[in-house]
Design a protein around this ligand. Structure first.
Ligand SMILES: *[C@@H]1O[C@H](CO)[C@@H](O)[C@H](O)[C@H]1NC(C)=O
Ligand SMILES: *[C@@H]1O[C@H](CO)[C@@H](O)[C@H](O)[C@H]1NC(C)=O
Ligand SMILES: *[C@@H]1O[C@H](CO)[C@@H](O)[C@H](O)[C@H]1NC(C)=O
Ligand SMILES: *[C@@H]1O[C@H](CO)[C@@H](O)[C@H](O)[C@H]1NC(C)=O
Ligand SMILES: *[C@@H]1O[C@H](CO)[C@@H](O)[C@H](O)[C@H]1NC(C)=O
Ligand SMILES: *[C@@H]1O[C@H](CO)[C@@H](O)[C@H](O)[C@H]1NC(C)=O
Ligand SMILES: *[C@@H]1O[C@H](CO)[C@@H](O)[C@H](O)[C@H]1NC(C)=O
Ligand SMILES: *[C@@H]1O[C@H](CO)[C@@H](O)[C@H](O)[C@H]1NC(C)=O
Length: 520
């Protein structure tokens, strides 16, 4: 039929146009910002003073946004807390907040600045996107009125949210995300449920979350696994913690483990160890920045695949336990000893020889290492460590970690303490573990806090191996696993299975303790 073949040709033509207009790659920018902090974070200032401070920060972001546009970037990410800082009481942050509407309202604040009340920050950010024809992600504060009909309504009659907004190249608000996993931010409220925020562009599908969110299943993992986003935009105010959680190290590992692009913009404050931004592709970091020397901001650029899943370099899916569960454990268990990495009790075993095969276990997790050093430095000691359990003081997040790490000194009691330099080079390493989770993030951190792009890979059977010698001395090679279903979730009164067990055990322990007290 004529009409049908006409429709077909229209469809084909549309496909061709779509193909031509959709970009295979795009240029991304991230900006690490040294935030100008307010003088008063305990007491409330006027809205005008708050705006004055915010505009000082936006003046600096404006320079970065213009520079990004001039370099041909399609999108720029700016950091969490970049516009007013991180430390506030609920009361003191209030004058910095604006009512941020749902993007469904179809709003270009730059053209219609008074549609939702007093919103000067949103208007300015929208104009920066529009005037420079670039997507802009910024992190600002949202306030949402509530009343006593809502029993959870805070005393000041407003919910206050740590919020990411994205404006498209025409200045239109296309995304709004309220941070779910807060990290001791008393000034903000937790939204009722995790928001799964995505938006489409001609250069791929995007998802957003913020800082501490990256350590949890929702919304981070769901955006990648169920919503199939190509690229995550990730503003953060990240304080570096050795040996597993420096920004560049963990964020690049998350991108590899989740096999997604990750654009990270961190704040910059040397005394708080806040530094480390980057553009990370699934197979390798594209560019990163770590600077503990200066107090300066920094813009980074990289060309990124719009749809990494279609790219030739897209890494294959990994079965993280395939190798480790099928081999016979190596020796090493006999010499294992206990040690701590922050508050987590690890089982360690020392790398005595210049080369060898070792296994160390804890609970369900056994870690295997094969290695060959290029020459063992006299005064450097490395251990292989295993940890499986609830992490840290809060004991809510279940970690499974296999790590080869340099000890701070030759005394084995210092293993796990932060150390940022090393001299020992490895000709070969291969690390694997009997992980019970599919969420494992491969980390390789070199001396002086450097990444090793292109120098290692993860094999389909779960081995993390070096590719061709290691040019630089190694601080740590780790497989950082998160077993989310074993997490304890009791914040909102909901308790998971393991939480229930935990509660029963602690109740029993309390009864026993009480009996002892009574007996004494
Ligand atoms: C903080 O106070 C100092 C000294 O009074 C002043 O120079 C500076 O401009 C103030 N900063 C802000 C952001 O108001
Ligand atoms: C955007 O451009 C308009 C008109 O050229 C100008 O009035 C406005 O100040 C600009 N805004 C920003 C934030 O650059
Ligand atoms: C993005 O586009 C896909 C189809 O290409 C569609 O299924 C999805 O709903 C869109 N998402 C958004 C947030 O617009
Ligand atoms: C870094 O943050 C601390 C604490 O918030 C602050 O006192 C200090 O002034 C900041 N440093 C710079 C260079 O802004
Ligand atoms: C991973 O490999 C192990 C060992 O070969 C196998 O038992 C397991 O079923 C595999 N897991 C998945 C999810 O394929
Ligand atoms: C480690 O094991 C491999 C085989 O799995 C073997 O070829 C190698 O010689 C062993 N290395 C050492 C130093 O024992
Ligand atoms: C640590 O290793 C020792 C020796 O293999 C083992 O007996 C012990 O159970 C391990 N600790 C944990 C907590 O698994
Ligand atoms: C390995 O590295 C050496 C020296 O760095 C180089 O000469 C060699 O070509 C590399 N081999 C491969 C397979 O990349």
């Amino acid at each position: 039929m004529i009409t049908s073949s006409f429709q077909t040709s229209v469809a084909v033509l549309a496909l061709i146009i779509l193909h031509v207009s959709a970009l295979d790659t795009f240029k991304a920018a991230v900006y690490e910002h040294a935030v100008i902090l307010p003088n008063h974070t305990e007491t409330r200032v006027s809205q005008d003073d708050a705006l004055l401070l915010m505009n000082k920060n936006i003046d600096i972001l404006e320079i970065a946004i213009k520079q990004a546009a001039e370099q041909g970037a399609q999108i720029i990410v700016t950091p969490e807390d970049a516009i007013y800082g991180w430390k506030f009481t609920r009361e003191a942050i209030f004058p910095y907040l604006e009512n941020i509407p749902d993007p469904l309202v179809n709003w270009i604040p730059c053209q219609d600045p008074h549609r939702f009340g007093r919103t000067p920050v949103q208007a300015r950010l929208s104009c920066l996107a529009k005037n420079n024809s670039i997507y802009v992600l910024a992190n600002i504060g949202d306030k949402k009125p509530c009343n006593s009909c809502d029993s959870a309504c805070p005393p000041n009659g407003h919910y206050q949210y740590n919020t990411n907004v994205v404006y498209d190249a025409k200045g239109k608000l296309v995304a709004r995300y309220h941070k779910y996993n807060l990290y001791s931010e008393l000034q903000f409220d937790v939204p009722k449920k995790p928001e799964l925020v995505t938006f489409n562009t001609s250069f791929g599908k995007f998802g957003i979350f913020t800082c501490f969110d990256i350590l949890f299943h929702d919304p981070a993992v769901t955006l990648v696994k169920d919503f199939h986003v190509d690229t995550i935009l990730f503003p953060t105010a990240w304080m570096n913690v050795l040996p597993f959680l420096t920004a560049i190290e963990f964020h690049s590992a998350w991108a590899m483990g989740m096999r997604v692009n990750l654009l990270v913009a961190n704040t910059h404050n040397v005394s708080l160890k806040m530094t480390g931004s980057g553009i990370y592709a699934p197979h390798s970091p594209k560019v990163y920045h770590y600077d503990m020397e200066t107090e300066l901001g920094k813009i980074l650029f990289a060309e990124v695949d719009s749809h990494p899943r279609n790219s030739l370099t897209y890494p294959p899916a990994v079965n993280w336990s395939a190798y480790a569960t099928t081999i016979k454990p190596f020796p090493g268990q006999k010499n294992s000893f206990r040690g701590f990495i922050s508050r987590d009790e690890f089982n360690f075993t020392e790398l005595f020889e210049n080369a060898g095969n070792l296994t160390v276990c804890q609970k369900e997790l056994c870690c295997h290492l094969s290695y060959r050093m290029l020459g063992k430095e006299e005064n450097e000691v490395y251990v292989l460590g295993a940890f499986a359990g609830l992490h840290g003081r809060r004991r809510r997040e279940y970690w499974q970690v296999c790590t080869m790490v340099r000890c701070k000194s030759t005394s084995l009691t210092t293993c796990g303490q932060p150390v940022d330099t090393a001299l020992t080079r490895f000709e070969m390493f291969s690390l694997s573990g009997t992980f019970r989770t599919e969420y494992v993030f491969p980390e390789v951190l070199l001396t002086k806090i450097n990444l090793a792009p292109g120098k290692f890979e993860v094999l389909k059977d779960g081995r993390l191996v070096n590719k061709n010698g290691s040019s630089e001395p190694i601080l740590t090679v780790s497989l950082f696993g998160r077993w989310y279903t074993e997490d304890v979730r009791s914040i909102s009164g909901r308790t998971s299975n393991s939480a229930t067990t935990y509660l029963i055990i602690s109740t029993l322990l309390m009864i026993i303790a009480l009996q002892n007290i009574v007996m004494v």
